[in-house]
Design a protein. Structure first.
Length: 318
């Protein structure tokens, strides 16, 4: 399935019409491809939805709340109300006509993250992935995972179990991403905590934090979908040390550099799984298959981190 070539050769326009107060979507060409997206309102999923819509795909995305439905409608996608854990839900019908399934529904992490919460998220990720595999049948799946699985960290539990369940599918592309920065997620929380002088460097701060912007992560997933089954890794080439990352945000925001706290003490405010992840060292190796297909980061954390994690404080230049 050469999605990238198809995207270049076909372009459709999606129109929105309001019928009885609801937004319904139609296309000028019903021969176009359909993508079913899980996690379409998250920091990564929103970027994927935007790219698919812009490139002419009809996008159906799972929504578990009215605000999510509205956000998807505003993005040009058709919301399908439901939950992966509802195995008899109507969302399966919304998926049935899809040419591609995109799973960007990793847990949204906000401190504190305790072990009990990770266990609950792991069970949910396991059941959700199993349900998705059953519903997708032979439809190709591309799924976002985390590079933390390579470090054996507790925080990676949900991603590890998701990967294990998706392995039962005949055509799945897994994309392991490092810390993703954007308008939400753990790094956006760190940025806000530094502004509020509530973040302290975990441990010595010399550990590497590999990074990728949400937009670059989304693009890597679409390239992986074109490549097909396999496990891929995408990351910016230069991973800052934790202290370097924090100092950069402090310099941009005019806040003092925080002091250090041992990992054991950081666990009280962050939760042990997140504190261990923040203190861990990562240097993922980008998959050459992605590079060969033309993928490369368009963002650089030194230039884009503040703008993307603090959009209200640093608006993009027109």
């Amino acid at each position: 399935m050469d999605i990238l070539r198809w995207l270049r050769e076909h372009k459709m326009t999606i129109f929105a019409a309001r019928v009885d107060g609801a937004v319904e979507y139609s296309t000028v060409n019903y021969g176009g491809r359909v993508a079913f997206v899980v996690g379409g309102t998250g920091v990564l999923g929103a970027e994927i939805v935007a790219r698919l819509v812009d490139r002419g795909w009809t996008v159906r995305a799972l929504a578990r709340s009215i605000p999510s439905e509205q956000a998807l409608a505003n993005a040009g996608a058709a919301a399908v109300r439901g939950d992966l854990l509802d195995e008899g839900g109507g969302w399966r019908e919304g998926l049935s006509a899809a040419d591609l399934v995109v799973h960007a529904g990793l847990p949204r992490l906000s401190p504190p993250i305790r072990r009990l919460r990770v266990r609950r998220l792991t069970r949910r990720a396991c059941d959700g992935a199993r349900s998705l595999v059953s519903a997708a049948a032979t439809t190709p799946i591309v799924a976002a995972s985390t590079a933390l699985v390579e470090r054996g960290l507790a925080l990676a539990g949900p991603a590890e179990t998701m990967e294990a369940e998706l392995a039962a599918h005949p055509d799945v592309a897994l994309v392991r991403l490092p810390w993703v920065y954007g308008a939400s997620g753990p790094l956006a929380w760190v940025s806000q905590a530094i502004d509020a002088r509530r973040y302290r460097i975990v441990g010595p701060g010399t550990n590497r934090w590999p990074l990728i912007s949400a937009g670059d992560g989304a693009e890597a997933m679409l390239v992986a979908a074109a490549l097909g089954s396999g496990t891929y890794v995408a990351s910016e080439p230069d991973a800052p040390r934790q202290r370097e990352f924090v100092e950069h945000l402090c310099a941009e925001g005019g806040t003092p550099i925080p002091d250090h706290v041992p990992g054991a003490l950081a666990s009280f405010s962050l939760g042990a799984p997140l504190a261990a992840a923040f203190a861990s060292d990562g240097r993922p190796e980008v998959s050459q298959a992605l590079v060969a297909e033309g993928w490369h980061p368009s963002h650089d954390w030194r230039k884009d981190l503040v703008r993307l994690t603090r959009p209200q404080a640093a608006p993009e230049e027109q």
